[in-house]
Design a protein around this ligand. Structure first.
Ligand code: ARG
Ligand code: ZN
Ligand code: CA
Length: 225
């Protein structure tokens, strides 16, 4: 039962909430959601520090593979392989429109240590304004990647999929909350309630035993946790 230290970096384009100035209560509420959602895995999270930076370039444009992301992480990342750095931004550029979040995998840490972490839309925090995605499960999902989990729809109906045997295969990501969806003939209905699918926050409620086994091994191998 490991505890992960969290360094939370709030990026703002100004001083209003609509410009990313999320209050400390919302940051702590996000940590609480992580602790609830990961409780079955034995992993817990402790907020070590919150930083606040006003930078509209980072707030608007810090998508995957951008110079703004690199500059942001180089300036702010704290800790080693075991430290979880979370950045909240606005994703207001054309290239990032509609993005909720993205993350790095444990196996990438050794080759790109400063890139390691989770970037998420500030309005996806619990109580935020992102419709259907404002219960904090975006960061739960992204932290799922950060501990080494793939999407439940990885590989579609065939192949090695998400490398976890107790998440039934599904042909593609599910949206909304389609109870009973069954897109592959292999056993089991689609795992729409899994945190590693793409369903609405209110639909998501579980990591499986197999995912716990995988994340435990990934954390031991790559993060020394
Ligand atoms: N990587 C996904 C995206 O950016 C995140 C999905 C989060 N899902 C959720 N229900 N919060 O679209
Ligand atoms: Zn994902
Ligand atoms: Ca099936």
């Amino acid at each position: 039962p490991a505890t992960v230290d969290v360094y939370f970096h709030v990026i703002q384009a100004g001083t209003t909430l609509a410009n990313g100035n999320v209050p400390a209560t919302q940051v702590q509420a996000q940590i609480d959601v992580l602790n609830e959602d990961f409780a079955s895995t034995g992993l817990s999270f402790r907020l070590r520090n919150t930083t606040r930076t006003t930078n509209s370039g980072w707030f608007n444009n810090a998508g995957p593979n951008t110079s703004q992301q690199t500059a942001m992480k180089n300036a702010l990342r704290q800790g080693g392989a075991a430290a979880l750095n979370i950045y909240t931004v606005g994703f207001r550029s054309a290239a990032t429109d509609g993005l909720l979040g993205y993350a790095t995998f444990p196996s990438s840490y050794s080759s790109a240590p400063r890139d390691d972490g989770v970037v998420a839309l500030y309005s996806s925090l619990p109580g935020g304004t992102a419709t259907n995605f404002n219960l904090g499960r975006t960061i739960t999902h992204e932290v799922g990647h950060w501990v080494g989990l793939y999407h439940t729809f990885q590989g579609g109906c065939s192949g090695s999929g998400d490398q976890v045997s107790d998440t039934p295969a599904e042909a593609s990501f599910a949206t909304g909350c389609p109870i009973g969806r069954d897109t592959c003939s292999s056993a089991g209905v689609d795992p729409i309630h899994n945190f590693m699918d793409y369903t609405d926050d209110a639909c998501m409620s579980e990591f499986t035993t197999g995912q716990t086994t995988r994340l435990t091994s990934q954390l031991a191998t790559y993060r020394g946790i």
